[in-house]
Design a protein around this ligand. Sequence first.
Ligand code: ATP
Ligand code: ZN
Length: 607
Amino acid sequence: MPSWKDDYPKIETVKLLVVGAGGIGCELLKNLAGTGFRNVHVIDLDTIDISNLNRQFLFRKEHVSSSKAEIATKIVKQFCPNINLTYDHDSIFESKFGIDFFKSFDMVLNALDNRGARNHVNRMCYAANRHLIESGSSGYFGQVQVIMRGKTECYECQDKPKQKTFPGCTIRNTPSEHIHCTVWAKHVFNQLFGEIDIDDDVSPDMQAVDPENPDSSTQEEREEEVADTPAPVGTRQWAESVNYDAEKIFDKLFTQDIVYLCKMSHLWKQRKQPIPLTYASALTQGDAYSFQAAQNKSTSVWTVATCANVFATCIKELLNELKNNDQTPLSFEKDHPVIMSFVAACANIRAHIFSIQTKSLFDIKAMAGNIIPAIASTNAIVAGMMVTECVKMISGQEADAKCSFLRNTPNPRGKIFAEQEPFKPNPKCYICADVRSVYLYVNPDEMTVGGLCEKVLKQELNMIAPDVVHGGTFNMIISSDPEDKMDEMLTKKLSEVSIDNGAILNCDDYMQELELKLFIRSADHLKGDQFEVAREDTDDKKKEEAAAEVPMDVSQEAPEAPAEVPMDVSQEAPEAPEAKKRKVEGGEQEEEGPEAKRLRTEEQHPL
Ligand SMILES: Nc1ncnc2c1ncn2[C@@H]1O[C@H](COP(=O)(O)OP(=O)(O)OP(=O)(O)O)[C@@H](O)[C@H]1O
Ligand SMILES: [Zn+2]
């Protein structure tokens, strides 16, 4: 039987790197082997979880807890012994996977599940000048993006919508939906056992103005309400002072803090007041199942008494885990039964207190882990499209390469599968443009150098080990070399190291071979480490727009119709690109980035 190999002989010689051996990765490896690819290396950091077995078909029950990359390699080799398939059980962020490593492959295929890793591979492929095929799926939505340096958009050319965040005061003071309680419970977990982030405080916020009724109280009234009550103490500090006694922690979180909240009467003028709950009374509310018994009831809603029991057991278990790990902070992991049960119990008790419907462990896990059901057939179609594009790209048909989308409902042409030409690179992209710049809006008297490093450069801009030099003073502000001993510098406010409005910072990430300029713009309304980033200077943009504006009465002409959008992708007309800052912290949901709106393809952008 004729095979693709006859028409595309390069299939047998090219070397491919596959990053991720999960839902899409398993399908992809099987397809590559079946198509005749002979040289493939796969990297995955994870081990097989029982919940993967329904769709990651290379894995069986006996493989649970083994390396995904290792087992995928072993099983593919069983049905395709000729393949030279090798693996690493590691994170793609490891320094051993540097630019030279990427250069040792002809092409890279991503089968990842998070933006940080995708951004990183995008940068490495850009620096190594290797084509990349990106993929993603989310329920019935699937997407494949072809990325060719200098020819197409890169993965980061357009801003992507941020994950939904909630105002801090809703989480701390006035939850109205279960998700608010779940977010709060995750913060409680971090406060007690994880890395403390001051933005994740869980005690009542007495400064908070009611977000839904901002005029319902004055500052004086709010201070008056709680004048005779000492402000709540930090959760970790409290827990340590009572030796992590579960009952006492329960009573602080669900009795004392709630009593304090009730005193903030302006919050309860138009909504139901929460009802404080003691540990002793919680144990009397319904059947009290043990932690073990509760695990078998993951799809039923636990009683308040069961939640209290689970809460207490989990505190003991997590404290032991902390001790056994030399006090290394724990991090939230939805597949860790004790952590997840703690979060579920805590969220449900809070929901109960605020008269919000409680939920099952299963449902809370989906919310806490942002789980959208993974569908095997979506992954299979996506992996199939990746191989099709890969074959085109290795065989001189780059011009025919397409981005493709799978939708959950047919488009106006009656299709659920759509293809589109890849877009040209965005000249304002801070990864693939010739001049790379980012405008950073901060309050230089409040943001610290440490905040700049962790929150802006690492978390927002996904740098791995940034070095930063002040463009005016040439002083080193941040160093990736621990020998430079910059600890004291990290505690300084930006203004103390001459980073004020107009300053330019030269940032460099050695591993990603990424250099970019950070233009500082002072924004006094921002507090602490809050910041906003933009691809262009929004002040200049506004001036340009004002200068270009035609006085209303001079032109009566209708605005020009916008350029056509490829039919298959969207029937909506594109909106004029607009410079919009993205608010990153501070809680409000962010606006879409400038060009993200252009095509209105967000529904089809699960990547
Ligand atoms: N930095 C990274 N380096 C290597 N592999 C990674 C990295 N980040 C994520 N991955 C891998 O990418 C794969 C993505 O697969 P998938 O989306 O099916 O996720 P999953 O964890 O297997 O499933 P689920 O999230 O639904 O439980 C995972 O196997 C994950 O371990
Ligand atoms: Zn780009």
